[in-house]
Ligand binder design. Structure first.
Ligand code: GUN
Ligand code: FE
Length: 452
């Protein structure tokens, strides 16, 4: 993009968990570098060009796009937990318990990524698929293969998706054909992947390496300690792992690490809990763990679909409790554990799960509202990824990661969610609860249009 991009119309974003801002007749200016440089809240259409002139912009330095009624801009969705090699296995092994599902479905599938050509094909389709769904930022687990993980980083950069990309560290409790040979090889391949991501995107504009100990069950103490060492010398590295997901997993973890009473103490001991840690699931969290997660500023990837379909958590995580304590929370599709690659689906399932939680908590944990699930999918996810300064809403100074939503459709079979009498909040609510990727007309990351 060489010109400033300007939109005129309706914009909707979260300023905080309980503050949804709807801007009507708004004007937003995006620089050729993809940064939001100006946001005006209510301006008549006739004054747009005049206002741009006051900013020192005249045609052809900009392109203005006027949005129709029923169209609006929202921030891009952030998927805080996603397994790229599971793209082709979504929906398989539903209702299995976690360790059985890994052994029978997932490890045989992920082992295929030893073949770089296979990885290239599936990862290209995966990234296109997620961009199609409006996921402008994803925190990806790769497979255990360094080569395939580098390919995943290359493809995210090429296709313009903002991404954290990590090779899974796993040197035990996985089949011989699918595990790191030694602690040393696992760590040196990790260093190699870190160097690769820095080479392809030196400033980390889009792509960052994320340390990815799959979970403690697949990592010997020495491997966790080695990863902790890497964090100490690279404190800016994000970290992700699975955390307190299911009873089967928690019990096995205890037998492997008998000196630790809980997973907070375990991962903290190895230096893996920082303000950049993204902990997936957290279905069962004690008072002690809640206090420490807050103090350590860790973020939680709430995966409400896979929590109910794979893993044996089968549990509505205590999201209201996390929010009450201002622990950072975002949403994860966790596909393939979850069956859907849509954050809209994750938002709806988060709402459903929270209603179940309201009942089981005897009303203590109030269900989530539409505004709150939207926050989790956007600004909440940005906070979890420690990217709040850059993305998450449409404020001046942030990078333009955004979706153009169109609630009308002329295609047969595609729902039109706009009625004459609907106000903007109504159309927004209908989109969140009933829209799909066909209503996501355009997708932007750092100002670049990326939906294919
Ligand atoms: N725990 C370890 N690996 C995985 C995985 O791939 N998916 C889920 N849901 N949990 C895990
Ligand atoms: Fe997962």
């Amino acid at each position: 993009m060489t010109r400033h991009l300007v939109f005129y119309g309706t914009f909707i974003h979260s300023l905080s968990l309980d503050q949804l801002e709807i801007i009507e007749d708004g004007l937003i200016v995006i620089t050729p570098d993809g940064v939001i440089s100006n946001l005006v809240k209510s301006i008549s259409k006739e004054l747009v060009r005049q206002h741009l002139a006051t900013l020192g912009l005249s045609e052809p330095q900009y392109e203005v796009r006027f949005l129709d009624r029923g169209q609006f801009l929202i921030p891009g969705f952030v998927d805080t937990h996603n397994h790229a090699p599971q793209w082709a296995q979504r929906g398989l092994g539903q209702s299995m318990h976690i360790l059985d599902w890994l052994e029978e479905v997932t490890f045989p599938n992920e082992a295929r990524f030893r073949d770089p050509e296979y990885a290239r094909r599936i990862y290209a389709s995966c990234i296109d698929g997620f961009l199609q769904q409006g996921i402008t930022t994803a925190s990806y687990y790769g497979s255990m293969h360094a080569e395939a993980t580098k390919i995943l980083g290359d493809l995210c950069l090429e296709k313009g998706q903002r991404a954290f990309v990590g090779k899974c560290n796993m040197n035990r409790n996985a089949p011989d054909y699918y595990r790191d040979a030694t602690v040393e090889s696992s760590l040196s391949e990790t260093q190699d992947c870190i160097a690769h991501m820095r080479r392809i995107d030196p400033e980390g504009k889009l792509i960052k390496y994320v340390l990815t100990p799959r979970f403690a069950i697949t990592c010997e103490d020495a491997l966790l300690a080695g990863l902790g060492e890497i964090v100490r010398s690279n404190p800016d590295l994000p970290i992700q792992t699975h955390f307190n997901e299911a009873e089967q997993e928690m019990l096995f973890t205890k037998t492997l690490f008998p000196t630790f009473n809980n997973e907070v103490d375990l991962y903290k001991n190895f230096g893996l809990l920082t303000k950049r840690s993204i902990l997936a699931h957290c279905c069962y969290v004690s008072e002690y763990e809640l206090e420490h997660l807050k103090k350590l500023e860790c973020g939680i990837a709430h995966c409400p679909i896979s929590n109910m379909t794979v893993g044996g958590g089968f549990m509505a995580a205590p999201v209201r409790e996390f929010l009450r304590r201002d622990i950072k929370v975002g949403l994860g599709t966790d596909s393939g554990g979850g069956f859907s690659s849509s954050i809209l689906d994750a938002m709806r399932q988060a709402l459903v799960a929270s209603n179940a939680r309201e009942v089981t908590s005897q009303g203590k944990d109030k269900g989530l509202s539409i505004d709150e699930i939207f926050y989790l999918a956007t600004l909440g996810g940005a906070r979890v990824c420690y990217l709040e300064e850059k993305i998450g809403n449409l404020l001046v100074g942030k990078e333009f990661d955004a979706l153009l939503i169109d609630s009308k459709s002329s295609k047969p079979g595609v729902m039109t969610i706009l009625e004459e009498h609907d106000d903007t909040k109504t159309v927004f609510s209908k989109f969140i609860m009933t829209g799909d990727d066909r209503n996501i007309k355009q997708v932007f990351v750092r100002g670049r249009q990326v939906k294919v």
